[in-house]
Design a protein around this ligand. Structure first.
Ligand SMILES: Cc1cc2nc3c(=O)[nH]c(=O)nc-3n(C[C@H](O)[C@H](O)[C@H](O)COP(=O)(O)OP(=O)(O)OC[C@H]3O[C@@H](n4cnc5c(N)ncnc54)[C@H](O)[C@@H]3O)c2cc1C
Ligand SMILES: NC(=O)c1ccc[n+]([C@@H]2O[C@H](COP(=O)([O-])OP(=O)(O)OC[C@H]3O[C@@H](n4cnc5c(N)ncnc54)[C@H](O)[C@@H]3O)[C@@H](O)[C@H]2O)c1
Length: 480
């Protein structure tokens, strides 16, 4: 290990996207920072999650877009080249080499320790390097735990012994399995069913409930329909009760319905578990293996020095939201270290308020699902009085130009008391880039009356905003 100082202002445990951003902001705030990483600098997102999964999806989406358009469709004479897609994916993971990210750390002035880090009481971290040698390092001001999450394998008899794929194998595989069974109909299950079916696998998707359970119901319905139209077998309200694989042979799954499925690989996509085992949480009075609870400045309640940021907090398991938390955390750690005023009122510079009210997410299925804030059901659960406004996206001129027979749905959820949008969901092809306008409307709490003055250009898909507002107006006047 490169020589380490004995003390740094801040020690960051875990060099994923989130840890990197905490470190960067703290260095910009004038602190010395040590980042501890035991695998690849860049974490899941760069090598086994966001980037490779989106690279696996993108070529098929482009092909599908061309096929949906008269005049372009005629020019598509071949099929998707799976080997070329896998090779392009490999380039997006830099062939699982983190040299580029290490150079970025150097440029940003962040010290790197390669090894496994664990807390050892207040402000102290022990780093075990590849040779098994332990190094103790102290933090003058803070330690930030950014160790992320990993795939949860549910306790289904025989599953763990059947060498299941997790998202890691499913995003880094070098060959297309002939038959792929996927357990879990959440974001990972739906995206990877889309990706691998497009690459030629015969996919069976097993979902305990409907698909994309946390989203507006019309989102999961549209994704299920499209998957089925591409030949994916979608089994809803189904769970495996037993899994078996003998030697190098296929995997056999038995479902609670009694149905039996045979596949070449089985992917477990049933959620995440925190990477908080073996990191010394018990030495600072926290529970090993649990998600870490934090306040809105990302600090552990009752502690003056311990922070947790990103997936490990379970606030929002998304790279962009973790990086948002990281910017607040890096800045607040620096501000507290310098004895400056902390701006921790809601929407202040040092808090991650949006985690509670405005988390944006794009699910890169076919069709895409883009949402921010609350669904209608979540708003109701929070006791809000709401108006729910829906519009068929295909009726917007920009959408009908975008693809022949375009179908999609947009929904806005309006808080009646404040007359602002608290939730927005849009489902349709190529809708991802529509989302940020909604995020600004929700975060900015822009009154509906003012939104009338935000004029979308003709003929863009953004005109769905105009249609939603007009539909809202018509619904309100017919209610009177
Ligand atoms: C298949 C898939 C696709 C996804 N796609 C998207 C997407 O499109 N958009 C999106 O926003 N989110 C997506 N996500 C979620 C996203 O990957 C995570 O939210 C994000 O990676 C969390 O970042 P993190 O830095 O908190 O954790 P991680 O990325 O898990 O990084 C934690 C780092 O800490 C290191 N570490 C852990 N313990 C120690 C230790 N004791 N010592 C030293 N180092 C340690 C790990 O090696 C790792 O590098 C996806 C997730 C999956 C599974
Ligand atoms: N594009 C994106 O933003 C993106 C992409 C992928 C992942 N992610 C993030 O990664 C996180 C993890 O995703 P995920 O899909 O693993 O989790 P998830 O919580 O979204 O979905 C897990 C699904 O598995 C089901 N399930 C659980 N146990 C089961 C069982 N025994 N049998 C059958 N079904 C079972 C659940 O009911 C749920 O539908 C998500 O929180 C998501 O935000 C984001």
């Amino acid at each position: 290990m490169a020589s380490l100082d004995s003390t740094y202002d801040l020690i960051v445990l875990g060099g994923g996207a989130v840890g990197e951003n905490v470190a960067d902001r703290a260095v910009q705030g004038g602190l010395s920072v040590l980042l501890v990483e035991h695998e690849l600098v860049g974490g899941e997102c760069s090598y086994w999650a966001c980037m490779p999964s989106k690279a696996l999806l993108r070529s098929a989406a482009a092909l599908e877009a061309a096929r949906a358009l008269g005049g372009a469709r005629e020019a598509v004479t071949g099929e998707l080249d799976a080997a070329a897609v896998l090779a392009r994916r490999d380039s997006f993971t830099s062939h699982w080499d983190d040299a580029g990210q290490v150079r970025w750390l150097e440029g940003a002035g962040i010290a790197l320790a390669r090894g496994h880090g664990r807390l050892d009481g207040e402000r102290r971290v022990i780093i075990t390097d590849a040779a098994g040698v332990e190094h103790a390092v102290d933090a003058r001001h803070a330690v930030a735990v950014c160790t992320g999450s990993e795939a949860l394998i549910p306790p289904v008899p025989g599953l763990a012994e059947s060498r299941p794929w997790t998202a890691r194998e499913a995003t880094s595989a070098q060959e297309v399995p002939q038959r792929l069974a996927i357990i879990g109909g959440g974001v990972v299950g739906c995206e990877l069913a889309t990706a691998w079916s497009s690459l030629g696998s015969s996919v069976t998707l097993i979902s305990r409930g409907t698909l994309l359970g946390g989203a507006e119901p019309f989102a999961g319905e549209a994704v299920a329909q499209r998957l089925q139209s591409r030949g994916v077998r979608v089994l809803m309200h189904a769970s495996p009760v037993e899994v078996r694989r003998e030697g190098e042979g296929p995997v056999h799954l038995v479902l609670d319905s009694g149905d039996a499925i045979e596949a070449d690989e089985v992917l477990v996509a049933t959620g995440r578990t925190p990477r908080t085992t073996g990191i010394g949480l018990e030495t600072v009075g926290l529970e090993e293996g649990a998600w870490i609870d934090v306040d809105d400045t990302l600090r552990v309640p009752g502690s003056a020095w311990l922070y947790a940021v990103g997936d490990v907090t379970h606030r929002a398991l998304l790279t962009h939201q973790g990086k948002y938390q990281a910017r607040a955390a890096g800045d607040v750690i620096a501000a507290r270290a310098r004895g400056e005023r902390v701006d921790d009122a809601p929407w202040g510079a040092h808090v991650a308020t949006a985690d509670h009210a405005a988390v944006p997410q794009v699910t890169f299925t076919s069709p895409e699902v883009a949402s921010v804030g609350l669904t209608a059901a979540q708003a109701e659960q929070r006791g809000l009085r709401t108006r729910v406004v829906d519009y068929a996206l295909g009726w917007v001129a920009g959408a009908s130009l975008h693809a022949d027979g375009y179908e999609g749905t947009a929904r806005m959820v309006v808080d009646v008391e404040r007359d602002v949008i608290v939730g927005f969901t849009v489902v349709g092809d190529d809708v991802a880039e529509l989302l940020h306008a909604a995020t600004i409307a929700v975060v900015g709490e822009v009154p509906i009356s003012r939104l009338q003055h935000a004029v979308p250009s003709y003929p863009t898909m953004s005109e769905v905003w105009l249609r939603l507002l007009e539909t809202d107006r018509a619904q309100r006047s017919s209610a009177h």
